[in-house]
Write a protein that binds this ligand. Structure first.
Ligand SMILES: [Zn+2]
Length: 262
């Protein structure tokens, strides 16, 4: 398996992260050289919204999102929805999130996570933008809130997919496609392999979640958008598809879902 020059979108990178503070330009340049033609710079803390926007601003191929990760749902609970809506419009945010539920680490109390999730679904609906959903150890609760809040009105992405094929199918019924990260390149992630294999081609995205979760053969190193090529190649291998065709499909899916022009 090797990473070729193919057009790809990294659907989830934490470009504002401290890990990229020293060499962000070089990271973006390496991504472009590897055929990563669009990158989605994701926001995880309301206190970092401006930083995310600033990190994306110099690059015409990097598009920001705005939102609060469930870990940080308890930070700045008072931030007004209006403030997020206004900044999202201003900054040309392509999605709301990442938001969702993480009952694995439990860094914020469950009721606080749920409330922040519901609030961000409402914001996404107001803006008519897709949602970037993070879900860990809370599959049924995540689906329930998406259903109750009628999130299918805007749909979105289950990012860094780590559940199983039935979850992917249930999410897709609600208008949520699955974005696969380096996890799909790990040998032991059998449920994720199966999900990537069964996922309809038009509902498949790839991401790095960089600087975290580098795919094989870079596992353990700092991850960066260029490495999304390894993830796409592994999914093509699992599905027995031509790597270039699969890359092109995920590229088109990303442009469609994030509403980005070619
Ligand atoms: Zn996440």
């Amino acid at each position: 398996m090797r990473a070729d020059r193919r057009m790809l979108v990294d659907s989830h990178v934490n470009l504002h992260a401290e890990a990229f503070a020293e060499d962000r330009d070089a990271v973006v340049a390496r991504a472009r050289a590897a055929g990563i033609v669009r990158m989605i710079a994701v926001c995880a803390r309301l206190s970092e919204m401006e930083e995310v926007v600033a990190a994306a601003a110099p690059y015409e191929d990097v598009f920001p999102t705005l939102g609060a990760h469930p870990h940080h749902a308890k930070d700045r609970p008072g931030v007004a929805a209006d403030e997020i809506v206004a900044l999202a419009r201003d900054a040309g945010a392509v999605a709301i999130g990442e938001t969702g539920l993480d009952f694995h680490y439990d860094h914020s109390p469950h009721p606080v996570q749920k409330e922040a999730f519901r609030k961000q679904i409402a914001i996404a609906k107001e803006l008519q933008k897709p949602l970037v959903v993070h879900t860990r150890s809370a599959p049924q609760e995540t689906l329930q809130i998406l259903r109750e809040e009628q999130a299918q009105d805007v749909g979105g992405i289950i990012h860094c997919f780590s559940e199983d094929a039935p979850f992917a199918a249930a999410a897709l019924d609600l208008g949520f496609v699955s974005s696969f990260s380096g996890i799909v390149t790990f040998k032991k992630a059998v449920a994720v392999h199966e999900a990537a294999l069964k996922q309809p081609a038009d509902a498949l995205l790839v991401e790095t979640d960089a600087p975290y979760l580098a795919p094989m053969p870079k596992r353990g190193k700092r991850n960066e958008p260029a490495y999304v090529a390894y993830t796409a190649a592994r999914i093509a291998e699992l599905r027995g598809e031509d790597p270039e065709a699969l890359a092109h499909t995920t590229y088109q899916n990303a442009l469609r879902i994030f509403g980005i022009e070619e």
